[in-house]
Design a protein around this ligand. Structure first.
Ligand code: BGC
Length: 795
């Protein structure tokens, strides 16, 4: 049953309405890791008018029932925010739940992100935002500030739930014998600043379509392992029959080891476990209430007399439905796109997280910024990211440093995690994510809202070394520490390949940041800021060329990341382009035509090659199937994107289970390139929100035929091409209310648009509707001729 979110009159007016109710806690609650509790109240409703509205939030997670009927299908409410500064509340129309006469409201409460373990096992943070769970709720006669029917106060009663223990990483223990226990305890109001309450500004987390098991088998210990065929973030739904007191235990895993055994040591200290005790009798149905796990496999053990008669995997996510499609001639590429969609779903559970399985699941800023644009192609992420940006701003430090993760548990526990902020490439999320929302949705409000925080961030980065060349310290926790290009492959340890140095990575990011903020400030009419930022960006550019580009065209440590980022972001003086191109090709050749980039370098690698006109090499690097490479993992049966290129090695062994995830969307950022370069459409910054769509395809013959779609507010964008010999037919659809700009460079000739010849190198305006364009491509600039075997295979 569904209950729609209501935009109450007060919320729409931007006035979050003054609360009459109190934030109350259940007196029976005994703290983190102990049984979950409920708060309840009986109340009278003389007649039901149809506009009764519930406003509700909690410290912890809540689930609300009125007369035994659940209010809304939203999960993990009220969501995860920087709770000490912002606590989201939801608004629901609940008339359908009410009846004239006596009614009862019950609010279930559990630890959730508020006080269950966050951060990894050697320094876990419990009770991060407080040690008392509590709820605030008001049921009013209408969606404005109509009469209060009932609100939380000290007359409410409390009791314990069958949820005996729950935690985000932990999982859930549920004893069905303890259902329907009486409210035998009271409630107490706690001190709470109502100004922290903000109306929910993001889409709810919901269940997606269930996934049935595609296979199951019994292991040597008599446990049944189920394979759902798809790694996902969510939980299992069980149907069980058996005797009262029998127990069903579910463990989760993303992979099987090379001997086919259930393997989840990469979850580290996340127990990720469910325990259900049967009440006996009729078939019992169970899905956990206050947790989710990242898994493809579930291992079920049964103690006592019971059997599982049905089991499903239920993915959950804040994002649905899918807003784009990409299909080409390469099945592995098509699956790579699918895998990215799954990694986005699994990690867009209220906050953009790194991974959904281990003792982390944090809102890592670097991961979010590199993936933001791909994310906005694949799903509508507008509200989702706006909410997150509000937390990011709330978490920004006084001196402008942006934390590595947001919502940031380390801000609450600097004793455990000192200096967990200020990395270039990560903190830049404060600029790149709002700018992405501007490009994709035309949102200028988020730009003006975040601009002051952006400027503070740029000033912070500049201040690290007091100048245009940023030299970050090496140690974690020191001011300005940088992750550089996290997980950049180093090759064999006997003869490691060069990786980007921290100062090159940080300086390039200072340039990206100052340049973007200069543009944004200019758009917002903030001329002074624009001029100051432009001055900084020019200075960084000059200093970068002087310091990091040799006269022979080598950049930085002569590694792929240094080249890719410098080229994409225009840090290479035009006169040096040819030399740099040659050196870049050598750097890729040294890696045997494979990827040599990590988190921040990878999204730039193929765009850099396309920008240089190196289409043959771009195609070669993208389509090669060995490690490191996008398609290696797909070939090995991945159903989501791996954190590391070599998460499972060629011999099937698992790389470093202490730092490994099979569901990390970061490298899925390549989907942005598939849409923007291969299918060839992108939003024009001058008319953002796809009001004007730039069409500029890079024809990579081995990928053709290509088709791609993207759903925007006005309709569906389509682009697709086929190649016959050197002749391309490119078809595009521009939705109503939008216009297109076709941009075909000098490499293309004999261009005909809807039967009309146009010359290369000029922009052609395309009206809303479908267009057919034909043109001829030149012979591709070739890729690399690689030796059969090499010692240089990066590992
Ligand atoms: C996370 C990331 C993150 C990285 C930064 C990892 O533990 O999973 O994805 O960006 O740390 O170093």
């Amino acid at each position: 049953m569904d209950t729609t979110h209501v935009r109450g009159a007060a919320e729409l007016a931007g006035n979050t309405h003054s609360w009459q109710a109190q934030m109350i806690r259940p007196l029976c609650d005994e703290g983190v890791g102990t049984p979950a509790s409920f708060l309840s109240k009986r109340f009278d409703v003389p007649s039901v008018t149809g506009s009764e509205t519930l406003r509700i939030s909690a410290l912890g997670l809540y689930r609300c029932f009125i007369n035994g009927q659940r209010v809304a299908a939203d999960l993990m409410t009220p969501g995860w925010t920087a709770y000490d500064k912002r606590l989201i509340y939801q608004v629901y129309n609940v008339s359908d739940h009410l009846k004239p006469g006596e009614n009862e409201i019950v609010v279930w409460l559990a630890d959730g992100w508020y006080r269950s373990q966050l951060m990894w096992g050697n320094r876990p943070v419990f009770n991060c935002w407080g040690n008392e769970i509590a709820t605030i709720a008001e049921l009013r006669a209408d969606a404005g500030s109509g009469d209060l029917i009932v609100g939380t106060d000290e007359t409410w009663r409390s009791g314990l739930l069958p949820v005996r223990k729950s935690g985000i990483y932990f999982g859930e223990i549920y004893d069905a014998r303890l259902e329907d226990r009486p409210a035998d305890s009271g409630a107490a109001a706690i001190e709470f600043d109502m100004a922290r309450l903000v109306w929910h500004d993001s889409p709810p987390v919901r269940e997606l379509d269930p996934l049935p098991a595609i296979g199951s088998w019994m292991d040597e210990a008599g446990r049944t392992v189920y394979d759902f065929g798809q790694n996902a973030g969510g939980y299992v739904a069980l149907t069980i029959e058996g005797e009262a007191g029998a127990r069903v235990i579910v463990e989760h895993a993303e992979i099987l080891d090379k001997n086919g055994q259930f393997e989840n040591s990469n979850y580290r200290t996340a127990a990720a476990r469910l325990e259900y005790t049967l009440k006996g009798g009729a078939p019992e149905h169970y899905r956990p209430h206050f947790t989710f796990q990242g898994f493809r496999y579930a291992r079920v053990s049964i103690e006592g007399s019971a059997s599982v008669t049905d089991i499903l995997s239920i993915p959950i996510s804040s994002v649905a439905p899918v807003a784009a499609s990409f299909k080409c001639a390469q099945p592995l590429v098509n699956r790579l796109v699918e895998n990215t969609i799954w990694s986005q779903r699994s990690n867009f559970i209220d906050v953009p997280t790194d991974c959904p399985q281990r003792d982390e699941r944090l809102g890592w800023t670097g991961d979010a910024q590199i993936f933001a644009s791909a994310a906005c192609y694949l799903h509508d992420c507008h509200g989702f990211f706006v909410k997150w940006l509000h937390d990011l701003m709330a978490d920004q430090r006084e001196d402008g440093a942006i934390p590595h993760v947001s919502p940031d548990p380390t801000r609450m526990r600097p004793d455990l995690y000192p200096g967990f902020f200020g990395s270039t490439g990560w903190g830049d999320a404060i600029i790149i994510v709002p700018h992405t929302l501007y490009l994709h949705y035309g949102d200028t409000a988020i730009l003006s809202e975040t601009l002051p925080a952006m400027v503070k961030w740029v000033d912070f980065v500049w201040s690290i070394s007091n100048g245009p060349i940023v030299s970050p310290p090496r140690e974690w926790g020191q001011r300005g520490f940088s992750f550089g290009d996290w997980l950049q492959p180093k090759g064999p340890s006997a003869k490691p390949l060069p990786t980007v140095s921290d100062d090159v990575a940080a300086t390039i990011y200072l340039y990206i940041a100052a340049t973007l903020v200069a543009d944004i400030a200019a758009r917002m009419g903030e001329t002074e800021t624009a001029t100051r930022m432009r001055g900084m960006s020019d200075e960084v550019k000059r200093a970068f060329a002087h310091e990091f580009i040799t006269p022979a065209g080598r950049i930085g440590n002569d590694d792929q990341t240094s080249y890719a980022l410098a080229i994409v972001h225009d840090l290479v003086p035009e006169a040096m382009t040819e030399k740099v191109r040659e050196q870049f090709r050598h750097a890729i050749a040294r890696c045997d035509g494979r990827i040599g980039t990590g988190f921040i370098g990878t999204p730039a690698l193929l765009p850099a090659l396309v920008k240089l006109g190196e289409l043959g090499l771009a195609q070669q690097v993208f389509l090669q199937e060995e490690v490191p490479g996008w398609l290696y993992q797909v070939k090995r049966g991945a159903t989501t994107i791996w954190e590391r290129w070599d998460a499972i090695q060629e011999d099937g062994s698992i790389y470093h289970p202490q730092m490994n995830s099979y569901n990390h969307y970061a490298y899925g950022a390549v989907c942005q390139w598939l849409f923007e370069s291969v299918a060839g459409f992108r939003p024009d910054p001058e008319k953002p929100g796809f009001k004007r769509i730039v069409f500029e395809p890079a024809i990579l013959p081995e990928l053709g035929p290509v088709t791609a779609t993207h759903v925007i507010g006005q309709g569906e964008i389509f682009a697709g091409w086929t190649l016959s010999g050197d002749n391309v037919t490119y078809k595009v659809t521009v939705p109503d209310g939008c216009e297109g700009l076709l941009r075909l460079g000098q490499d293309y000739s004999e261009i005909v648009v809807d039967g009309r010849s146009v010359s290369a190198g000029t922009d052609t305006l395309l009206a809303a509707g479908t267009h057919e364009i034909t043109f001829v491509i030149q012979t591709l600039r070739p890729g690399l001729v690689l030796a059969e075997a090499s010692n240089n295979v990066p590992k």
